[in-house]
Ligand binder design. Structure first.
Ligand SMILES: NC(=O)c1ccc[n+]([C@@H]2O[C@H](COP(=O)([O-])OP(=O)(O)OC[C@H]3O[C@@H](n4cnc5c(N)ncnc54)[C@H](OP(=O)(O)O)[C@@H]3O)[C@@H](O)[C@H]2O)c1
Length: 316
């Protein structure tokens, strides 16, 4: 059975791999529907007990029939995105948050959301207005989550804060239990806040460990990707350069990038689980195998962070 870790400050024992469905088909006519449903089933069979989802992905319709009758349905921990306020909402609306949760409870066939990944959005999408908006709405958000917990709809609240200063500000919210953020060798901006969260007994979940597929053993050369591949876009070229330097620096990354990248967030003691896009049974099997038996390793984190900082500084 898959390794589990406790999300700090909660009673949630999470499989180290969380299933992420963002790239599942939105259309019922897509020939890949059954393949994705089999991937979800395979993940649960392998011991994945954390399911990440969002109404924004438009894919829950595909998950519902798998979850409705699944014998492990009551053991699953659902983590859902809840962006309230959304970009142009202006303020916080507790009724909107509750409606998002009620929809998720129904679509995911569960009685309780284990962890709400709360997000606040505004324009411009920058630190100063975000921190200022949080100061305005924080108390109302906290009160709303307290009510939803009492009603039994939600167990815990976590936060996806986009940027480090916003993340630091969110650590001060009463009731906030977790930081949920992008974290992989190419995206390490949150590392100081992840550590600050741990010092306050708040947990961490890492999103997109493979940098959308760049950090895998499948492709090492951006120029060699098929022209119609989603990673062939010019914006990924610099990420493949970073990948090459990582492979040269860390022997484990050079040997098997997929394995190294999946294990990398788990080198942090406080990382309870890694949210990965899993699109086939074969991906589920490989990723679940790779994630077993990871021990904390501060020295490797430091080397990868140094490379990250060197590249970020050179990019200016
Ligand atoms: N703001 C947010 O809350 C937010 C934002 C983004 C993502 N997410 C969540 O995080 C999840 C993961 O994000 P992501 O898919 O962008 O990033 P990711 O997990 O870093 O990358 C997943 C991609 O890597 C490839 N892959 C998976 N297993 C593989 C294997 N064994 N070997 C080779 N390639 C493999 C797959 O690509 P192919 O299938 O194309 O081969 C897959 O789509 C999403 O599903 C979603 O749940 C949340």
């Amino acid at each position: 059975m898959m390794d589990r870790r406790r999300l700090a400050g909660t009673d949630l024992d999470m499989s180290v791999i969380s299933y992420g469905p963002m790239r599942a088909p939105q259309s019922r006519d897509d020939p890949a529907v059954a393949q994705h449903q089999h991937a979800l089933l395979a993940a649960i069979d392998r011991g994945v007990n954390v399911i990440h989802s969002s109404y924004e992905y438009g894919v829950r319709w595909l998950m519902t029939p798998v979850l409705r009758s699944h014998p492990k349905r009551h053991d699953l921990l659902h983590v859902i995105k809840a962006p309230v306020p959304d970009w142009d909402d202006g303020g916080f609306d507790p009724a909107k948050l509750e409606a998002i949760i009620d929809d998720a409870l129904r679509e995911l066939c569960t009685d309780r959301i284990a962890l709400v990944q709360w997000m606040w959005r505004c324009r411009p999408h920058e630190e100063a207005p975000r921190v200022s908006l949080l100061a305005d709405i924080g108390e109302a958000v906290t009160a709303c989550f307290a009510r939803l917990r009492t009603a039994g709809k939600v167990a815990h609240m976590g936060c996806f804060p986009y940027f480090p200063r916003s993340a630091e500000a969110a650590l001060d919210m009463p009731g906030n239990r977790a930081l949920i953020a992008y974290y992989n060798p190419i995206e390490m901006e949150m590392l100081p806040v992840i550590r600050a969260a741990a010092a306050r007994d708040q947990g961490f979940m890492a999103i997109r460990p493979l940098y959308e597929g760049v950090l895998t053993s499948r492709y090492s050369d951006h120029a060699a990707l098929p022209a119609d591949h989603r990673l062939a876009k010019p914006k990924y070229a610099a990420c493949f350069d970073h990948r090459a330097r990582l492979a040269a620096l860390v022997p484990e990354a050079g040997q098997d990038m997929t394995r190294f990248a999946i294990r990398f967030p788990l080198l942090l003691d406080s990382c309870a689980s890694v949210i990965v896009g899993l699109n086939s049974e074969a991906q589920v099997a490989e990723i679940c195998d790779h994630a077993q038996g990871v021990a904390p390793d501060a020295a490797t984190i430091a080397r990868v962070k140094q490379l990250h900082d060197d590249i970020t500084q050179a990019e200016g």
